[in-house]
Ligand binder design. Structure first.
Ligand code: NAD
Ligand code: 2HG
Length: 390
């Protein structure tokens, strides 16, 4: 029985996906794995027995990835599972910034009791008008699951699209509409776009990537949309640009004391992934990843370890080893296993920086002595044996 602790509530289809071999515990330090949405894990102690963390969502800036990797705690996310929900809200944000739709709706509410409201509406409406998205240039920074979906959608609405992503994956590239102009210079995108929308993860490299210098390059009257993370933008510099009208609007999914008080800003309470469909997708994907790791030793969609996939564990046993990425470790491991009369049928090894993971499929019985011997090797940080259950 594996014990799961949910740091945030996740959709029921996800907990059901975990199934009979799983129980939910209230105490984080008693769990084999954590499931999390946006809770900040940076300040929490990582319990000795914690094997994995699944982020039901895309962004992992709330999780100490390196500290987890060093301890052999695999961190997963759910790539693309909430992308459609975010795409729809980004399009909504663009359209809301084109005309004063919210102002118009408030005007109607305020005049609801006036029997002359329909006549007066025809006069009042000119203050809420604006422009169309069609024919404008939209600059998309980051063409992953969300950015690519936004780029394709706005091109279908008649906009011109410039896309910037120096690390574009082959999968994303295949899915992009051919009419999207691929730009390699962020400054060019900023100076030509009527709408700029950012869809990159926040990392030590991207933090503050839209700083005062980049904001100064934006086309006068442009709109900036940020449904990725607030830390990507220098919001103090942006407040000044919004104040003097150089940037017309800021549409952000991240309420904080700075953005909530900005002039000409439309700020939402982190609603991008808040649809039933996205929550279900994320919860099911997170649960599937956890099961595959806990039961089979496979690592799929991890953000701090490479991919290992030996398929389902149907017969025999597997040994999962986290170790230093250093010369001679694999030799020591295979030697120790062979000395115990176990035959390695299949094996996969991945490394990322100083950390490595090796999954061995063996015939023969892996008893506690073997595991104890492996653990005694100086380079091994965590060893676990997995038994076929069928
Ligand atoms: N508002 C929300 O509720 C919500 C929901 C989902 C995701 N997000 C945020 O959006 C981000 C993107 O999500 P996604 O699902 O598209 O992730 P993704 O991993 O599919 O795409 C990110 C893209 O950014 C690109 N990139 C990385 N560094 C870059 C750089 N310096 N310049 C340009 N491109 C760069 C990558 O190559 C990748 O294509 C997440 O990391 C998360 O922070 C927010
Ligand atoms: O869980 C959420 O509600 C937000 C998730 C979102 O920010 C993400 O990065 O996937």
């Amino acid at each position: 029985m594996y014990r799961i602790h949910c740091m945030n509530n996740i959709a029921r289809v996800g907990t059901e996906r975990l199934g009979a071999g799983y129980s939910f515990v209230d105490e984080a330090d008693q769990a084999d794995a954590w499931v999390v949405r946006s809770a900040n894990l940076h300040e929490l102690a990582l319990p000795e027995g914690l094997l994995a963390i699944a982020r039901a969502g895309a962004g992992v800036n709330n999780i100490p990835l390196d500290a987890c990797a060093a301890r052999g705690i695999v961190v997963f996310n759910t790539p693309g599972a909430n992308a459609n929900a975010v795409k729809e809200l980004v399009i909504c944000g663009m359209l809301l910034s084109c005309r004063d739709i919210l102002g118009g709706a408030v005007w109607v509410q305020e005049n609801a009791d006036d029997p002359e409201v329909s006549k007066r509406a025809e006069k009042a409406k000119k203050q809420f008008g604006g422009r169309e998205l069609a024919g404008k240039t939209v600059g998309v920074i980051g063409l992953g699951a969300i950015g690519a979906a936004v780029a394709n959608a706005v091109i279908d609405l008649g906009a011109e699209v410039m896309g910037y992503d120096p690390f574009l994956s082959l999968d994303s590239a295949w899915g992009l509409d051919r009419r999207i102009e691929h730009v390699t210079n962020l400054d060019a995108l900023l100076s030509k776009s009527d709408f700029v929308t950012i869809h990159v993860p926040v990392t030590n490299v991207t933090r503050g990537m839209l700083g005062a210098d980049q904001i100064a390059l934006m086309k006068p009257g442009a709109v900036l949309l940020n449904f990725a993370r607030d830390a990507l933008v220098d919001e103090q510099a942006l407040a000044e640009a919004l104040g003097d009208g150089r940037v017309a609007r800021y549409v952000s999914d991240f309420a904080n004391p700075a953005s909530a008080n900005m002039k000409n800003a439309l700020v939402l309470p982190h609603l991008g992934a808040s649809t039933g469909e996205a929550e279900d997708n994320c919860a099911v994907m997170a649960a599937t990843e956890l099961r595959d790791y806990l039961e089979n030793g496979n690592i799929v969609n991890s953000v701090n370890y490479g991919r290992v996939d030996l398929g389902p564990l149907e017969t025999g046993e597997r040994v999962a080893l986290f170790h230093e990425n250093s010369q001679g470790v694999i030799g020591e491991v295979t030697h120790a296993v062979a000395a115990r009369g176990l035959n390695i049928e299949n094996m996969s090894n991945v490394s990322r920086g100083p950390n490595a993971y090796t999954l061995l499929e063996v015939t023969g019985s892996v008893d506690e002595d073997v595991i104890g011997e492996l653990r005694a090797l100086g380079s091994i940080r965590r060893a676990r044996v997995l038994h076929a259950t069928k």
